[in-house]
Design a protein around this ligand. Structure first.
Ligand code: NAP
Length: 245
């Protein structure tokens, strides 16, 4: 039997794409899932579907850019289920554009969600895990954590940061707490919908032609969680087989 059964998994960005797919897969394996995102109508539907199928899900409105909301999200997990086994820092945004377009507001949004959001997840989750003596952070980075391409400078910078933060956290926390970074290549989701720049939108249309389903990433998340406590899967990169980038 999978040792995911009974684990408490908090998922940021659970309202679509990879977060939603992970919630479904983990709930089907018996995890208690705690769902956070801003679109609570979606979370409500997802939680009620999972609970209706015999799963265990609760949800709360969450903007990861605000530390107090992240703390309250972790409080929900602990008050409902008594502990937190996994913090899945998944929420992210990708409004790509060339730097010369000077979309400073979009740069800041990526920094707030993709970097601060992950740091807030650590700030809220780490004290709980340290007190428990166990836990796991799974941070969703990207192949953009390893490379840079035109229109993606800021997005890639945020994902390089997630990679650095994950590795630093792994080195610092030591025994009992596992740290996993999962880096997807092009995956079906709503991620590219927020691109406001015409050039970047066209580039992405072609770039995202070959993709894998969000469940492929959910399976990698499941794999990392279900390893025995002494095994810490640190990095996974998953691309479409046909991808040349
Ligand atoms: N899809 C890909 O090709 C790909 C490739 C590499 C990495 N990734 C990474 O995978 C992660 C998940 O993205 P996805 O592909 O599943 O895209 P998605 O379908 O757009 O999902 C993004 C999720 O993040 C949430 N989110 C955005 N801003 C938020 C905020 N301020 N506070 C809380 N939640 C927020 C969204 O929920 P609300 O809007 O309801 O808040 C949504 O649930 C991201 O970190 C992304 O960078 C994706």
């Amino acid at each position: 039997m999978s040792n995911v059964k009974g684990k408490v998994v908090a998922i940021t960005g659970a309202s679509s794409g990879i977060g939603e797919a992970a919630a479904r897969l983990l709930a089907h394996h018996g995890a208690h899932v705690v769902l956070g995102a801003r679109r609570t109508d979606r979370l409500e539907k997802l939680a009620s579907a999972l609970n209706g199928e015999g799963g265990s899900a609760v949800y709360q409105s969450l903007n990861v850019a605000h530390l107090d909301q992240m703390e309250s999200f972790i409080d929900l997990a602990v008050s409902q289920f008594g502990r937190i086994d996994v913090m899945l820092n998944n929420a992210g945004v990708m409004p790509l554009s060339p730097l010369e377009a000077l979309k400073v507001g979009e740069w800041n949004r990526m920094i707030d969600v993709n970097i601060r959001g992950v740091l807030h997840g650590i700030a809220a989750g780490l004290p709980v895990m340290q007190k428990q003596g166990f836990g796991q952070f799974i941070n969703i980075a990207s192949i953009g954590a390893y490379e840079v391409s035109p229109t993606a400078a800021v997005y890639c910078a945020t994902k390089h940061a997630v990679r650095a933060i994950s590795e630093g956290l792994r080195q610092e926390v030591g025994s009992g707490i596992r740290v996993t970074q999962i880096s997807p290549g092009v995956t079906d989701s709503e991620l590219a919908d927020s691109i406001s720049d015409d050039t970047a939108r066209q580039v992405m249309k072609e770039y995202r032609r070959i993709s894998i389903p969000a469940t492929s990433i959910a399976h990698a998340i499941l794999y990392a969680i279900e390893q025995p406590p002494e095994v810490d899967v640190n990095e996974i990169i998953i691309r479409p087989t046909a991808s040349s980038v």
